[in-house]
Design a protein around this ligand. Structure first.
Ligand code: ADP
Length: 172
């Protein structure tokens, strides 16, 4: 089984042990993939999120998945793009690493990620894809407990960027 895959789809339909939410720091829901995950998981997700006291950018907190097929949702606020000289790359890398740590701690063997920060947070897509693929590969290299990570891309342009980053990394 390929341990890192790029696929096109709607992350709320994933049957992985955990799906990752590109959240905001309030953890109280928003638009984009965050709104879609809350709609699909049902109101109990927001009830649990209210108990968490928010989350800092680049960190990650886990909840149950409620009405989703996934057992857990891992919420991570990505960095807002401010030109690239404000630690954006390191913060984005941290989102992927910290999310995978929550997965490992909670016995998740399969994890699905959306393209964190490339929607309303405006992180440049190609740069985000390279950071994401490198972070996930680095984590998988030293964490056998994670069997598969799926990068779930909502549109063709996003899928192409992540597939290109994956192909480039595998050529190393
Ligand atoms: P951010 O605030 O981190 O930029 P967004 O939700 O605005 O987050 O966008 C992140 C990515 O999630 C974008 O590529 C967007 O197209 C994608 N997206 C939106 N809805 C879904 C979904 N249901 N499944 C997977 N990806 C989604």
């Amino acid at each position: 089984m390929e341990r890192l895959l790029v696929v096109r789809g709607d992350i709320t339909r994933e049957r992985t042990d955990a799906i990752v939410n590109a959240a905001n720091c309030s953890l109280l829901g928003g638009g984009g993939v965050d709104g879609a995950i809350h709609r699909a998981a049902g109101p109990r997700l927001l009830d649990e999120c209210r108990t968490l006291g928010g989350c800092r950018t680049g960190e990650a907190k886990i909840t149950k998945g409620y009405d989703l097929a996934a057992k857990y949702v891992i919420h991570t606020p990505g960095p807002v793009w401010h030109g690239g000289a404000h630690g954006e790359d390191a913060l984005l890398r941290s989102c992927y690493i910290e999310s995978l740590k929550r997965a490992s701690e909670n016995g998740c063997a399969t994890v699905a990620f959306p393209s964190i920060s490339t929607g309303v947070y405006h992180f440049p897509l190609e740069r985000a894809a390279a950071v994401a693929i490198t972070a996930i590969r680095d984590y998988l290299a030293v964490h056998d407990e994670i069997e598969q990570v799926r990068m779930v891309c909502f549109d063709a342009r996003t899928e192409a960027a992540y597939q290109h980053a994956l192909d480039a990394a595998e050529g190393l």
